[in-house]
Design a protein around this ligand. Structure first.
Ligand SMILES: [Zn+2]
Ligand SMILES: [Zn+2]
Length: 388
């Protein structure tokens, strides 16, 4: 069963929604216009229940099948937020807002899930209930977590959840997925080294924080190189180094360094946190200073569940002929929180030969719409088949 014909018919309409969202990007939880548009469309499609304000600006729609006797309830999730990037595509529907852009394709994700919701509301060819989930703040705000914290899973009795992301560099409409850990945990650290500032010509009277922090930057690289099992994935990147004085002739009192840690397991995450603290405290003590280390745990590892991954891959094969094994991704994904609460799977759909996500020239490829929508619809129809 290839792409559903109905989505070829609906492609122009779904494309128009996508471009409208693209032109009006909203960041983090500020998805007011987008959320209102989503709720309005769901209303128009005849969804059985529409609730706004879940996870602040998230929207939930409920579609019951011809029968719901099976008692099954599946959640389908799309993200709605844009990024603080100034668009450089030159498209006629480019962002109208400076420094805001749909550079991760969440405009496409929202439009495709709306397309699936329209189809499922028309046909209702399943035995069970579909909950369509539109979340804000995927890009760093934890909107998915906030929707879960608002009791979404329990309120609608969601038993399984599915998610999808477009993927530049993959053939348009082709799919890739993997079981288990898939996207990395994304943590940050913020360290302030304190010494004794003074005249740069009299280092003997100071405790030089610049030298201290520079040693720490190098030593932090040994977490990946010397502490971690080489077959495990871990990234420790220092991304900011700031001295409290900018003068040529002053040894600064303080140096602040910041960075990110990406890991694929709890063991590596714990290792990073422990070793960052040990290294920074040890080095600062060696030089007679102090280190104040803050380690912030961000999104957890996003791990697909085995049975749902196998099912999702089968559906993808039916829609587009094949489904590849996806590589590990060291980026983060807020859908991790939903997969911690319920079994489910997250799949990649090809975006063709486009600029990478988070690039100012990126654009979602509307040619992926029929495959993406078909995958959503088939997930529902095959997971909750009608009796005949
Ligand atoms: Zn992104
Ligand atoms: Zn994204």
């Amino acid at each position: 069963m290839p792409v559903k014909n109905r989505f070829a018919e609906l492609q122009d309409e779904i494309t128009a929604w996508r471009r409208d969202i693209h032109e009006n990007p909203e960041i983090l939880f500020e998805t007011h216009r987008t959320s209102a548009m989503v709720a309005e469309k769901l209303q128009e499609f005849g969804c059985d229940e529409i609730v706004t304000g879940i996870g602040r600006t998230g929207v939930v729609g409920v579609i019951k099948g011809k029968s719901s006797a099976s008692g099954k309830v599946i959640g389908l999730r799309a993200d709605m937020d844009a990024l603080p990037i100034h668009e450089a595509t030159g498209l006629d529907y480019a962002s109208k807002t400076p420094n805001a852009m749909h550079a991760c394709g969440h405009d496409g994700h929202t439009a495709m899930l709306l397309g699936a919701a329209k189809f499922l509301s028309e046909t209702r060819n399943f035995d069970g209930t579909v909950v369509v989930i539109f979340q804000p703040a995927e890009e760093g705000g934890g909107g998915g977590k906030e929707m879960c914290d608002d009791g979404m899973m329990e309120r609608w009795g969601i038993q399984e959840v599915y998610g999808m992301h477009n993927w530049p560099g993959r053939p348009i409409g082709s799919f890739a997925i993997r079981s288990g850990a898939f996207f990395a945990a994304t943590d940050t650290f913020d360290i302030t080294f304190e010494g004794r500032g003074g005249h740069a010509a009299k280092p003997q009277e100071t405790v030089d924080t610049t030298v201290m922090a520079a040693q720490a930057v190098l030593a932090l690289q040994t977490i990946a190189a010397r502490n971690a099992d080489p077959v495990q994935q871990i990234v420790v990147s220092v991304t900011s180094f700031e001295t409290s004085s900018k003068a040529f002739n002053v040894i600064p009192q303080r140096v602040q360094i910041k960075g990110t840690v990406r890991t694929m397991s709890k063991e590596m995450r714990d290792l990073a946190e422990t070793r960052i603290k040990e290294i920074c405290n040890g080095i600062s003590a060696t030089f007679g200073g102090t280190a104040d280390v803050t380690y912030n745990r961000g999104y957890p590892v996003m791990a697909n569940h085995d049975a749902q991954t196998e099912f999702a891959a089968d559906v993808a094969k039916k829609v587009s002929g094949s489904c590849d094994e996806a590589p590990l991704v060291m980026g983060g994904e807020d859908f991790a929180y939903m997969l911690e609460e319920r079994p489910g799977a997250y799949i990649l759909v090809g975006n063709g030969d486009s600029a990478s996500v988070h690039h100012p020239e990126y654009n979602f490829n509307d040619e992926a719409i029929p495959a993406g929508c078909s995958w959503w619809a088939e997930i529902v129809e095959q997971r909750m088949p009608t009796a005949n």
